[in-house]
Design a protein around this ligand. Structure first.
Ligand SMILES: [Zn+2]
Length: 165
């Protein structure tokens, strides 16, 4: 079944893909270098679909964000739960944007807003994605660091040190 994907277009750059190795879930496009994942269609179990890996990570991050916010609302979670519900999906979005931006910068091929750009335009968008993704990761890490565990008496370690002087 999988060897029929030889003529399938890359979902990222629309180039014909080389034959897919049977039994493998991951492949990559020779032209745009994007890792691609294959999965069974939910509605039509006999059909397979191909998705760029970064898009799969975005979808997982979006699901995590929705589930996280729903859990916080239902369980009436505190600030800690809200920060986690925001930071984890944000880190996933950021990391996948950095990876996609790097590949855009390297291959000069970028796909954003359903449009493929090549050459300098693709490279510039790649750099913009790297900057945007890095910012997302930075904000997520700052949020997670703010959740750092408090000292043994409930006071954050740096406050305890300041009080000892
Ligand atoms: Zn491609």
């Amino acid at each position: 079944m999988m060897d029929r994907f030889g003529l399938t277009q890359c979902p990222y750059c629309s180039t014909g893909l080389l034959p897919w190795t049977p039994g493998k879930r991951l492949h990559h496009c020779e032209r745009c270098q994007r890792p691609l994942a294959i999965y069974r269609s939910i509605l039509h179990r006999r059909r397979f679909r191909i998705i760029p890996l970064y898009a799969a990570v975005h979808a997982i991050a979006a699901i995590l964000a929705v589930v996280g916010f729903a859990s916080v609302l239902i369980a009436r979670g505190g600030v800690r739960a809200i920060v986690l519900a925001i930071a984890v999906p944000l880190a996933l979005f950021g990391a996948s944007d950095v990876a996609d931006g790097y590949l855009s910068w390297r291959t000069h091929i970028d796909r954003s807003w359903r449009k493929v750009r090549e050459g300098r335009g693709g490279r510039r968008l790649g750099l913009a994605k790297i900057a945007w993704g890095s910012m997302g990761c930075f904000v997520a890490v700052c949020g997670l660091l703010a959740l750092a565990p408090a000292g043994p008496d409930g006071v954050p370690p740096h406050s305890a040190r300041a009080g000892a002087r």
